[in-house]
Design a binder for this molecule. Structure first.
Ligand SMILES: C[S@@+](CC[C@H](N)C(=O)[O-])C[C@H]1O[C@@H](n2cnc3c(N)ncnc32)[C@H](O)[C@@H]1O
Ligand SMILES: [Zn+2]
Length: 261
């Protein structure tokens, strides 16, 4: 019997199935199409699976101190779960999502408020203007490693000089998602009717994510929240500043929030 010497990752996944940075573009495109289809199909049941109350409370307090004032861009807004919180501070919110079904729910939730919606694929979209704050909730974990740098370039091209970025996500998928032999960096998600979809889920860890953002030129703080969640704040790194040590900025709001948490 021929012995196939296949390189395997530590979790046992054949390297050829993992969706790392070197993964083929066609494979990533196919995964992203499936992921978008999953969220469209899931839209009517999305809000039944609410976020834990502890995360809601903690993030409301973070939002109040971060104060996302001015014109805010919300990427992958979904059903508009976090949009009312942004609107407590923002003059306007522009909310982008790929799914017409998600956007229909968000539009109904936010009728009459200062929100403009746009349906777009974030891996192809470019902003037509710049914003004071860019926010994304539970989106970064759905960005495949091969698109991580391009996504952060999109964020950079969306903020004004002096603009800021705020994000919220989780450090792991749900327990029932640990399906054996899945390609690493993806999870299997099921709708209530049992249909299954493979979606990207990259479980970033706060310290390594902050380091990665620093290497891309961001001054970033990524801060754990209880219950396998994290939030982060970032802005373009001022020239000549090294963010890989302790925060060098005495006025850094994210550093103060990190100390408080
Ligand atoms: C995990 S949900 C997060 C929704 C919302 N931000 C929240 O925290 O409740 C991910 C969202 O990304 C959207 N999405 C998936 N692929 C997308 C793409 N390529 N471009 C834009 N949005 C996309 C989905 O429609 C869905 O609304
Ligand atoms: Zn700082």
């Amino acid at each position: 019997m021929a012995v196939t010497r296949e390189r395997r990752r530590q979790d046992g996944t054949p390297a050829s199935l993992a969706i790392g940075r070197s993964c083929g573009a066609a494979r990533v495109d196919a995964l992203l199409a499936g992921q978008a289809a999953y969220y469209s199909a899931r839209a009517p049941e999305y809000d039944d699976d609410a976020y834990p109350g502890s995360v809601e409370l903690a993030f409301a307090a973070i939002l109040d101190r971060f104060d996302p004032a001015g014109d805010v861009l919300e990427l992958a807004c979904g059903t508009g779960h976090w949009t009312p919180g942004l609107l407590r501070h923002a003059r306007t919110v522009t909310a982008v999502d790929a799914s017409a079904e998600m956007l229909a729910i968000a539009r109904a939730r936010l009728r009459g408020q200062a929100v403009q919606f746009a349906q777009a694929d974030l891996f192809a979209w470019q902003p037509s203007r710049r914003y004071d704050v860019v926010f994304f909730g539970f989106w970064l974990s759905h960005v495949p490693p091969a698109r991580f740098g391009a996504f952060w370039s999109l964020v950079a091209s969306s903020i004004r000089p002096g603009g800021r970025v705020l994000f919220l996500d989780n450090t792991r998928g749900r327990r029932d998602e640990n399906v054996p032999r899945r390609p690493a960096g993806t999870v299997l998600r099921r709708l209530n009717d049992g249909r299954a979809y493979q979606v990207v889920k990259v479980a970033h860890q706060p310290a390594s994510l902050a380091g990665r953002l620093a290497r891309l030129g961001w001054h970033a703080h990524v801060i754990p929240l209880s219950g396998h969640f994290y939030w982060g704040a970032a802005r373009p790194q001022p020239a000549g500043q090294d963010q890989l040590g302790p925060c060098p900025d005495a006025h850094c709001l994210a550093a103060r929030l990190e100390e408080d948490s």
